[in-house]
Design a protein around this ligand. Structure first.
Ligand code: OGA
Ligand code: MN
Length: 296
């Protein structure tokens, strides 16, 4: 297999062709894809006919998969998320107002997957199995290009800061949705470095998103404003790639340095069935005593 990598935008994104990922067993191909991910942050592969089994097998070649927060629905415990308006068991579109439709809208805030966990995600892989003809794009924003573009004084101000990330906080912003108490009990607040460094490239970026609540040691409102200002910086048009889905696209993104969000669609009219696997990160971003780890 020879991969062809074509850059999509200056600061993020590349389309990769030449590989049938459902059949990849070769470590060198995986290493090449990881290197491309370090470089481009979001990788688009067209026409990858995954099912849940081949997707989890391919994803595992990148590292251990995260346990999903919500238990998989009748899939035999495969660590895969059903990002969908279609009931996994019945195959029917959820009726309007269904709890799952409300919880799905939480993905429409800029976020990075599982930043509410002590070890946050490395990358996510989203497979488009059924995609609506209009709407439901996924948008990606680079926190690396956006960090580089900050004035030096701003970058220095971020050094050494630690933020609290909290799933209860992000879900409190989702209209009409409250997670079950047993789910919230699984994810107490955690702390993460505000500036992260890619261990392979040495490139730095800031780390924020909907789960990021406030800065440790700062008044809550002041820290919240900083974290929101960083989201605004990352989502300037030049730092955003909008992915328009085709069926059987696989998109891989680097959760360590990009934010993403879903966009609305007519969920009463169109079926949208996406499956996501998430590869766990290498470790915590701050030490037990609260110091930022040099590389995480
Ligand atoms: C996700 C996610 C957005 C979308 O799967 O992690 O945020 O467009 N998805 O489905
Ligand atoms: Mn997500």
């Amino acid at each position: 297999m020879t991969l062809t990598i074509r850059k999509i935008k200056e600061h993020l994104g590349a389309e990769v062709s030449g590989a049938d990922l459902t059949k990849v067993t070769d470590d060198t191909v995986v290493a090449e894809i990881k290197a491309a991910l370090d470089e481009h942050s979001v990788l688009v592969f067209r026409d990858q006919r995954f099912d849940d089994e081949t997707q989890t097998a391919f994803s595992r070649s990148f590292g251990a998969l995260e346990k999903m927060l919500y238990k998989a629905e009748g899939d035999g415990g495969i660590p895969i998320s059903n990002i969908s308006n279609v009931d996994y068991n019945t195959g029917q579109i959820y009726p309007p107002g269904h709890r799952r439709l409300k919880s799905n809208t939480g993905n429409e805030m800029w976020h990075t997957d599982s930043s509410f966990k002590p070890v946050p995600a490395y990358c996510s892989m989203l497979s488009g199995r059924e995609v609506p003809p209009v709407g439901a794009d996924t948008e990606f924003a680079t926190c690396r290009g956006a960090y580089d573009a900050l004035p030096e004084a701003e970058r220095l101000r971020l050094d050494g800061l630690v933020a609290e990330h909290n799933y209860a906080w992000s879900r409190s912003k989702v209209p009409g949705y409250t997670p079950p108490p047993e789910t919230l009990a699984e994810v107490p607040p955690v702390r993460h470095a505000v500036v992260r460094t890619n261990p392979a490239t040495g490139r730095k970026n800031f780390y924020t998103g909907s789960h990021a609540s406030h800065i440790i040691g700062w008044p809550v409102e002041k820290g919240r404003k900083l974290l929101e200002d960083l989201v605004a910086q990352a989502t300037r048009p030049e730092f955003v790639y909008v992915h328009k889905w085709r069926q059987f696209d696989l998109v891989i993104w680097d959760n360590r340095c990009v934010l993403h969000r879903g966009t609305p669609y007519d969920s009463a009219k169109y079926r949208r069935v996406m499956r996501r696997t998430t590869v766990a990160g290498a470790g915590p971003t701050v030490s037990e005593t609260g110091e930022v780890l040099a590389v995480a």
